[in-house]
Design a protein around this ligand. Structure first.
Ligand SMILES: [Zn+2]
Length: 159
């Protein structure tokens, strides 16, 4: 089956879009001596992307998160974790969005080790923001669940 070529109107739109893109690419990198053009009016070229305040802030935040995650993995340090840290806040958001969850599911959702989730939850629990509970599983053993403290939940602690 032969495909029909683009309609003239669609072709005009594509040309217009291409012209807009070309115009957007006339900016140049702000690093002195660098003649590289940048795309979409970004201030720095790909080579000098690290000069951007945004990227610097992002890198600082990432290394802070890495340090925090290492702390979360260490039970002796986990208690000093900041419940207002970005990972801890992500855990709160996740629990707010999906309700009570197992530690494993939280770890999967946030892409961090379960041991780190334990650390964050310990800090959040100390801050009175979450509650953790053990649920007996059908296969014997138990599952550990976390839930927001303020949220009304169908789960009951087996005390
Ligand atoms: Zn550059």
């Amino acid at each position: 089956m032969a495909t029909t070529s683009a309609t003239p109107l669609l072709r005009d739109r594509r040309l217009a879009a291409a012209r807009v893109l070309a115009a957007a690419e006339t900016a140049f990198c702000r690093v002195p001596g660098c003649a590289n053009a940048t795309s979409l009016h970004k201030p720095y070229c790909l080579t000098h992307l690290a000069c951007s305040p945004y990227v610097r802030a992002l890198e600082a935040e990432l290394s802070r998160r890495d340090a925090e995650e290492s702390a979360a993995l260490d039970p002796r340090v986990a208690r000093t974790l900041d419940p207002n840290g970005s990972r801890a806040q992500e855990i709160l958001e996740e629990l707010g969005r999906r309700g009570p969850q197992t530690f494993e599911r939280l770890a999967h959702a946030l892409n961090v080790p379960v041991e780190a989730v334990c650390g964050y939850l310990r800090a959040l629990e100390r801050a009175g923001l979450v509650r953790t509970l053990r649920m007996a599983s059908r296969r014997g053993g138990y599952r550990r669940l976390a839930e927001l403290r303020a949220a009304r939940s169908a789960l009951r602690t087996a005390s």
